[in-house]
Design a protein around this ligand. Structure first.
Ligand SMILES: [Zn+2]
Length: 266
């Protein structure tokens, strides 16, 4: 799965250089263009753990530029990240897709679901781009691949702004999980119902479950038994005799990556 990431609005360096002044929405001390860029960098960092490749993180004041660049890559999907603005009481996340795009709608659904669940955001839903005030969104219309535009939350709302300031990594992880689910890295037909069983087993292996809940949930696409076996094989591939020898900090990155490699081979 290859992803083209587009943080909304003008890059801050161009604003600083006086080339443009479109920072997007502003609220509660936060600028949309900066938050979007920060979240996209975190998405790029998190993606590696899930075998998702970010082909580019491209922010530009010129919408045509964005889609020209995106269409010149071999990205499978296009993801634009924005923040909303409105009255102080307006809050929540929403995700747009190009009206008529079946794949775009599906991708939007996975990403929206994960953002709402992870951040406890008000669910404003998945919407086609005729349901915006601009009625059509250029980056969704002109991208040749399935495309979504995420409005993470409202900078103008106190609760949302706090999350957008303090929980950017959680937004990034939710988006990556949504993309992973869309890409079938989590097999849709297998339930993530084995988490408790897996957690129980991994407790015996001294894992810090608090920190690794998301990663373990991802691994729990298999039965509890299979999951532990997979992790143990990954451990061995990495040169550890068993799970209890693995430094916890390796879990997110190398162990998940190795496990996914094994999964892909099978
Ligand atoms: Zn925006």
């Amino acid at each position: 799965m290859k992803v083209f990431l587009n943080p909304g609005h003008t890059p801050q360096w161009q604003i600083d250089a006086g080339l443009d002044n479109d920072c997007g929405t502003y609220g509660n001390g936060l600028y949309e263009n900066i938050i979007a860029a920060e979240v996209c960098e975190l998405i790029a960092a998190e993606s590696e753990n899930f075998g998702i490749k970010i082909v580019d993180v491209y922010q530009s004041m010129n919408l045509k530029d964005i889609t020209d660049v995106a269409n010149s890559t071999d990205a499978d999907i296009f993801v634009s990240v924005h923040c909303n603005g409105g009255s102080p009481s307006a809050k929540g996340a929403e995700t747009f897709y190009c009206a008529g795009s079946v794949e775009g709608k599906k991708l939007a659904g996975y990403v929206q679901k994960n953002i709402v669940a992870e951040l406890q955001m008000i669910d404003r839903g998945v919407k086609d781009d005729t349901q915006t005030q601009h009625s059509r969104i250029h980056v969704l219309r002109k991208s040749v691949m399935p495309a979504i535009l995420i409005e993470l939350g409202f900078l103008t709302n106190g609760d949302d702004a706090k999350k957008l300031r303090d929980n950017q990594i959680d937004f990034a992880r939710a988006i990556v999980k949504g993309i992973a689910e869309y890409g079938g890295i989590i097999a849709e037909n297998k339930k993530i119902g084995n988490y408790e069983k897996v957690a129980e087993k991994l407790k015996g292996a001294n894992f810090n479950l608090e920190r690794h809940t998301d990663a373990i949930k991802l691994m729990a696409i298999l039965s509890g038994e299979e999951c532990v076996n997979l992790l143990e094989s990954a451990c061995k591939n990495l040169g550890y005799p068993n799970l209890s020898y693995v430094d916890h900090s390796y879990f997110d990155g190398m162990l998940i990556h190795e496990s996914l490699k094994i999964l892909q081979k099978n």
